[in-house]
Design a protein around this ligand. Structure first.
Ligand code: FAD
Length: 349
C-alpha cells in the first residue's frame, strides 16, 4: 500500500538537529514531518553529548524547552586541567566575560523535544525503513519511507532537511552533486563509561597522563561519565570494569583527592574524527548537524553545532516559506531566495 501526502518541510532523522528543527519551524507556523529509522526508546537512550554551551541553553530556554534543563542541569563556570601531577582550574566566566556551560545529557534534550513535539501533535515516524529523497532540483522534492506497519509513504515537500547524522543517507545524495570533504582521523579513540556513582568532582577534569588522556565528566548529581584514551582498534571486550577503574584511578591520581567507583551502566568506544563536507545543500535538500560535519567529542561541540545549524536553517526556511506552504528557494546555493518572506520574528531568529 502507498500513502501520498504533502508537507512543507520533510526532516530525515530524529536526533537533536531534526527534532529541534521541527520545533523551531512549528513556532514559525511551518509544518514538517520527521522520519527516524530507530525506535523512540532507542533515540531517548543513546548516550552521547552532555555539555551545552551558553548559546544552546539560551536558545532552548527561548523556545520553551528550558524547564527541565533549568531544574536538573548543572551549571559550570569552568573546568579543571590536570598535568604533571597538578590540577589547575580554568575559570570560563572570568576568561569569557561571564559565559558558562551546562551539563544536561543529550538523552534528556531528545526526551524533552520528543515530548514537546508529540504534545503539539507533530508528525514523527519512528522505525521507518528505506528512506529516500528525490526530485531535489524541482520545487517539489519528495521524501519516501516505509513506516513500521509496512506502508510506503510518498511525501511531497517544499524543502527537505537531512538531519540524519554521520551514517545517514542525505550526505551521499548531496555528494552525488559534487562536494569536498575535509577529514582527519586521529590515532586514538575514547572508551567511555556511564557509571552509577555521584561525580567525584564539581567540574569536568581533563587529565594528561603518560598512559593517555582521561576525562571525568558527569550527567547528573548521581551519574558520572568518564573517558579513557585508547588505541583506535581497541576491543571493548578487553576492558572489564576493573581494568577501566584501575586506569581511571591511575590517570586521575592526585594526593588528597579520591575517585569514587560505582557500577558501570554502559561502555563503548568512540573513534576520534574531524569531518566537514561542503556544500551543505543540493537543490532543495539541506544538511544540518552531524550529517555535514563532526568534531571529536574532545571538543564537546557536535551537538552545539547541530543546534546552531538548525537555528539558522529554521530562520532561512521561515524567511522563504509562506504559511500557505509555497517557498521561494532559488535553485543554486549561491543565490539568495528572492521574492517572498519577511524578516524572521519568532524565537530562534
Ligand atoms: C561519546 C560522545 C560524546 C559527545 N559529547 C558531546 C558534548 O559534550 N557536547 C556536544 O555538543 N556534542 C557532543 N557529542 C556530539 C553529539 O552527540 C552529536 O554531534 C549530535 O548527536 C549531532 O546531532 P544530529 O541530530 O546532527 O545527529 P544524530 O544525533 O546522529 O541524529 C541523527 C538521527 O538520524 C537517524 N537516521 C540515520 N539514518 C537515517 C535514515 N536513513 N532514515 C531515518 N533516520 C535516520 C539516526 O538514527 C539518528 O537518530 C558527543 C558525541 C559522542 C559520540
Amino acid at each position: 500500500m502507498t500513502a501520498i501526502s504533502r508537507t512543507q518541510v520533510g526532516i530525515v532523522g530524529a536526533g537533536p538537529a531534526g527534532l529541534l528543527l521541527s520545533h523551531l519551524l512549528a513556532l514559525r507556523g511551518i509544518d514538517s514531518i520527521v522520519v527516524e529509522n530507530r525506535s523512540r526508546a532507542y533515540c531517548e537512550a543513546r548516550q552521547r553529548a552532555g555539555l551545552l554551551e551558553a548559546g544552546t541553553v539560551e536558545l532552548l530556554r527561548a523556545v520553551g524547552l528550558g524547564a527541565r534543563m533549568d531544574a536538573e542541569g548543572l551549571e559550570h563556570g569552568g573546568i579543571h586541567l590536570q598535568f604533571e601531577g597538578e590540577r589547575h582550574h580554568l575559570d570560563f566566566r572570568d576568561l569569557t566575560g561571564g559565559r558558562w556551560v551546562t551539563i544536561y545529557a543529550q538523552t534528556e534534550i531528545v526526551k524533552d523535544l520528543i515530548k514537546a513535539r508529540l504534545a503539539a501533535g507533530a508528525a514523527i515516524e519512528f522505525e521507518v525503513s528505506d528512506t529516500e529523497v528525490s526530485a531535489l532540483d524541482t520545487d517539489q522534492p519528495v521524501l519516501r519511507f516505509t513506516d513500521s506497519a509496512g506502508t510506503r509513504h510518498v511525501v511531497t515537500c517544499d524543502v527537505i532537511a537531512g538531519c540524519d547524522g554521520f551514517h545517514g543517507i542525505s550526505r551521499d545524495v548531496v555528494a552525488a552533486g559534487g562536494h569536498t570533504v575535509w577529514e582527519t582521523a586521529y590515532p586514538y579513540a575514547w572508551l567511555g563509561i556511564l557509571a552509577e556513582v555521584p561525580p567525584s568532582t564539581d567540574e569536568l577534569i581533563y587529565s594528561h597522563h603518560p598512559d593517555g588522556f582521561a576525562l571525568h565528566s558527569l550527567r547528573s548529581p548521581a551519574i558520572s561519565r568518564l573517558y579513557l584514551q585508547v588505541a583506535p582498534d581497541e576491543d571493548i571486550a578487553q576492558w572489564p570494569d576493573e581494568r577501566i577503574w584501575a586506569q581511571l584511578q591511575r590517570r586521575f591520581a592526585l594526593p588528597g583527592w579520591k575517585l569514587t567507583e560505582g557500577p558501570v551502566l554502559e561502555k563503548s568506544i568512540t573513534p576520534m574524527r574531524s569531518f566537514v563536507s561542503a556544500p551543505m545543500r543540493r537543490g532543495r535538500l539541506f544538511l544540518a548537524g552531524d550529517a555535514a560535519h563532526i568534531v571529536p567529542p574532545t571538543g564537546a561541540k557536535g551537538m552545539n553545532l547541530a543546534v546552531a545549524d538548525v537555528r539558522l536553517l529554521s530562520r532561512a526556511f521561515g524567511a522563504t516559506t509562506r504559511t500557505s506552504g509555497s517557498t521561494c528557494w532559488s535553485a543554486t546555493p549561491s543565490r539568495r531566495p528572492v521574492g517572498c518572506g519577511g524578516p524572521p520574528t519568532s524565537p530562534g531568529g
